[in-house]
Design a protein around this ligand. Sequence first.
Ligand SMILES: Cc1ncc(COP(=O)(O)O)c(C=O)c1O
Length: 460
Amino acid sequence: MADPSAATKILLPESEMPTRWYNILADLPAPLDPPLHPGTGRPPAPDDLAPLFPMDLILQEFSPDRYIDIPEPVLDVYRMWRPTPLHRARRLERALGTSARIYYKYEGTSPAGSHKPNTSVAQAYYNRKAGITRLTTETGAGQWGSALAFAARQFDLEIRVYMVKVSYDQKPYRRLMMETWGGEVIPSPSQRTASGRRILQEDPDSPGSLGIAISEAVEEAAGRGDTNYTLGSVLNHVLLHQTIIGQEAQKQFALVGDYPDVVIACCGGGSNFGGLAFPFLHDRFTGNAPKAARVIAVEPAACPTLTRGVYAYDFGDVAGFTPLMKMYTLGHSFMPPGIHAGGLRYHGDSPIVSRLVKDGQVEAQAYGQVGVFEAAVQFARTEGIIPAPESAHAVKAAVEEALAATREGAPRTILFGLSGHGHFDLSAYEQYLHGRLQDYAYPAEMVAKALAELPAVPGA
Ligand SMILES: Cc1ncc(COP(=O)(O)O)c(C=O)c1O
């Protein structure tokens, strides 16, 4: 029999696909600070969230259960592309001349080209089950919107996507993907909602941001009984649905008799990061594993939420419609520079990921986009796959980790999440390849201004 540790692609059969999501809330060393209603300062009751989300998802958001069964109709759609491959990056290792072993879990094999369908399929299913017929959402890079358009089609739902204007203009092909699956796409800020009109009055040329697009999508869903809102990241139930990634990776490592020393993933709102890393943190918390992996969340230097933000209660959106969440934030009015990793341009972060960083369970690193694209091109030229700009942040951190291991002359097993392919991001590659890509300095003044506008917590 062939030696499994010599494999380049480590594949799980469909029969080995995990059938439960892992809920890290059951294992956090200390309980999470609850979300707060901005008016009363009290945690919202499940019914307060019912205008936006189906009850199954609301219950998952607060569930204390360690595992939650994945419904069969969701598993059935997952089987279209899951389990996803774990690759050993042998060609990249050779190019780096490293003493490290580098693995990557590739989520770009999904129909939409990223990890996002792991939760969009689940969210579409639970909304359909609750009798909802329309969904709204926001999208940055277009990855989440296309994932939701694909999932909505599977469960026969209509969708409207508010797409951050800078991405709408840069990424017409993502819009066309959404439209091909039957979705309607509106550039945000738009004239369709009061929150969009307010922003346009202040700045008719606003490039938009995820925070504004969220306000628009929430406003519309809150105003219609047949329509619910869906979020592609940040919330606990979204990270929960992504944990199938890390659970598969654990099984794949067992097949080759290896285990990571370091787990690395890019972090926008935290869903790709949580999906890959939380099952490995579970191993650490329970002492279940051969070793405790270090875990690193990677973000852009131009939107450095975890590395330069403050840990405070803030709104998830610009207009202040969402509950207050305790998280690392750059201030909800912070407008990030128009970097190409559109999915990492978010002022806040998942409350769970934020808490883990605050408690020192998770490390955070930030890189400028020029260095990130340099690593992405090296990866494309060795491993073949062209990474999404978001995922390329993890490539960069993995390369740095491998070089550090080499300098120390130490073996090191590195796992990183390659959350998506960059086939619709080639204009960014064009800029890099022609020397036109620029780094942005840390926007200290904009952050200071946004932080000065942090909301007061009622009763605090
Ligand atoms: C390919 C890819 N990776 C990562 C992200 C970051 O989002 P999150 O932090 O929720 O995984 C995005 C967001 O759009 C994305 O498209």
